[in-house]
Design a protein around this ligand. Structure first.
Ligand SMILES: Nc1ncnc2c1ncn2[C@@H]1O[C@H](COP(=O)(O)OP(=O)(O)OP(=O)(O)O)[C@@H](O)[C@H]1O
Ligand SMILES: Cc1ncc(COP(=O)(O)O)c(N)n1
Length: 506
């Protein structure tokens, strides 16, 4: 038996170049939405190392192009040579070329440098309607097409390159794509951006048998947005990058199309300009959680339950003194049972803690629960008529905590135990405050109990528990954070149910 490079069981896919070196030869859009600025973002967002040689400078914003300056072609050639003399270029994307002299120079360079992948976006007219290619250069551009592996015209450009009227439906667009692919001997990406309707399809077309079929369609939903500035630039540079990384056009478009769709959806958050704004290239990049951020999220999530707790008869009657003795006794007896289970869960948090400080903190919390439990029995429950039977809410709450501790995630467990600190401390402070405001009368039937809520040591322990949970969230993965929020919200709901249980079960 021999060890083989390939698994017989699982077909391993080789990534061609983990971080491909991708060169954009294109114009500059100072507003950052199209041209080389879009290309560099797109290349980076799709996992490549971006480089740029500028063919033309435009005066442009989201509302349009007002001037174009094409620097001397000798200087362009020097830049291209500087790159290819030194760096292996895994893929090239060509965008705005400006005029025929630039096209000829780029063509000469391509013939010599022979990069492995060439994507040509035949940019002629901007979204705003402004010309980006001199009319006299259209023939030169047509002659450049066969040097590209992939050509990505929009529908007006596709029609112009064929010398035909613009396609108004998807079927005729695909037919035009086939004609252009056959004429140039390469692959054409036919784009549905300029069509009407709810769908926004794209298709890879090659009549030479390079693809799995002559036309490979990729369905897509049309995003309702004005922010389509630079979609063509971004798509073509993303395709150059993904092809170099993944090896074939179909795999490339399979990852690039959903990425572009999400970039269109999330474009609203950028708020750039008054016209056709840019897409959000880095929508997948999540900002690192800062200290305190997760605590804010948890606090926001707790608001509905806190409001519900303040509205409960149990809390309002405890405050006013009108709470029945039977309900108060039920609450105390369930609290004692709960604290015993809670103590075991905090001991588990101590066992999972990543350092001694946190280990000690939860161990102390666990011990404190047992002390409070025996205090409840000694001072509050002795002499009261209570059954001491495990109630349904107490059982459900403790089971939820035990499930969180069985998850094995320290962060999720902390999120589950936190509401018992945080919400209890909040409610306690409000009750205590209300008691003081009402004159702190000794005649209040629950005066002794309400006074216990002013415990500063518990408030301090609560602040520490929030800090530790917040820090655990910073270190957690996005999936773990989502599970934390779920566990936290569920415990908040149990806090409400726990205060309401005496009414239902007492
Ligand atoms: N509203 C939209 N919703 C979803 N996808 C879109 C939308 N508009 C364009 N696209 C996608 O964006 C890419 C570019 O398509 P389009 O036909 O607009 O090219 P273009 O005209 O060259 O782009 P540009 O707007 O940069 O000039 C295609 O993948 C297309 O499917
Ligand atoms: C420098 C430069 N290159 C290309 C485009 C086309 O992009 P769009 O059609 O989205 O305006 C542009 N506007 N500017």
């Amino acid at each position: 038996m021999t060890v083989s490079a390939q698994s017989a069981v699982y077909p391993l896919k080789a990534v061609r170049r983990p971080i491909p070196r991708v060169l954009s030869i294109a114009g500059s859009d100072p507003s950052g939405g199209a041209g080389i600025q879009a290309d560099l973002k797109s290349i980076a967002a799709n996992g490549g190392y971006g480089m740029a040689v500028i063919t033309a400078l435009t005066v442009q914003n989201t509302q349009g192009v007002t001037a174009v300056h094409v620097p001397p072609v000798e200087f362009l050639r020097q830049q291209l040579d500087a790159i290819s003399d030194d760096i292996t270029v895994d893929a090239v994307k060509i965008g705005m070329l400006g005029d025929a002299a630039v096209i000829h120079e780029v063509r000469r360079w391509l013939g010599e440098a022979r990069p492995a992948v060439v994507v040509l976006d035949p940019v002629m007219i901007a979204t705003s309607g402004d010309r980006l290619l001199a009319e006299s250069a259209e023939t030169a551009l047509r002659e450049l097409l066969p040097l590209a592996d992939l050509v990505t015209p929009n529908l007006p450009e596709l029609a112009m390159l064929l010398g035909e009227p613009e396609a108004t439906d998807w079927a005729s667009a695909l037919e035009q794509g086939k004609r252009l692919a056959a004429a140039c001997g390469n692959t054409v990406l036919v784009k549905g951006g300029h069509l009407q309707g709810a769908g926004c399809p794209d298709a890879l077309v090659n009549t030479g048998g390079v693809l799995s079929q002559d036309v490979v369609e990729f369905a897509g939903r049309r995003v309702e947005t004005r922010n389509s500035h630079g979609t063509g630039c971004s798509l073509s540079s993303a395709m150059a990058t993904a092809k170099a990384r993944l090896g074939d056009w179909e795999s490339a478009l399979r990852v690039v199309k959903p990425w572009l769709q999400e970039a269109l959806i999330q474009s609203e958050v950028l708020e750039v300009g008054k016209g056709n704004g840019p897409i959000h290239h880095f929508h997948a990049l999540r900002h690192a959680l800062q200290p305190g951020d997760f605590a804010v999220r948890m606090w926001d999530a707790a608001q509905t339950e806190l409001a519900a707790i303040y509205g409960l008869d149990f809390i309002q009657h405890l405050q006013s003194g009108g709470l029945s003795e039977a309900q108060f006794s039920y609450y105390l007896s369930q609290d004692a049972i709960y604290l015993n289970g809670y103590s075991r869960v905090l001991a588990r948090a101590s066992a999972l803690a990543p350092n001694e400080t946190e280990q000690l903190f939860w161990a102390r919390g666990s011990q404190m629960c047992l002390e409070v439990e025996s205090e409840l029995h000694r001072n509050w429950l002795s002499g009261r008529q209570v059954s001491g039977e495990l109630g349904p809410v107490t059982k459900a709450y403790v089971d939820h905590l035990l499930a969180a501790s069985a998850s094995g995630s320290y962060a999720v467990l902390l999120a589950a135990v936190l509401p018992c600190y945080w919400l209890y401390a909040e409610v306690g402070q409000q009750l205590h405050h209300g008691y003081l405001q009402a004159g702190a009368s000794d005649e209040h039937p629950y005066a002794d109990w309400l006074r216990t809520y002013a415990d500063e040591a518990f408030a301090e322990a609560t602040r520490k528990a929030i800090d530790i949970t917040d820090a655990a969230a910073q270190a957690a993965s996005p999936a773990e954070r989502a599970a934390m929020m779920e566990a936290f919200a569920q415990s908040c709901r149990y806090e409400t149910a726990f205060f309401d249980a005496p009414r239902l079960h007492g």
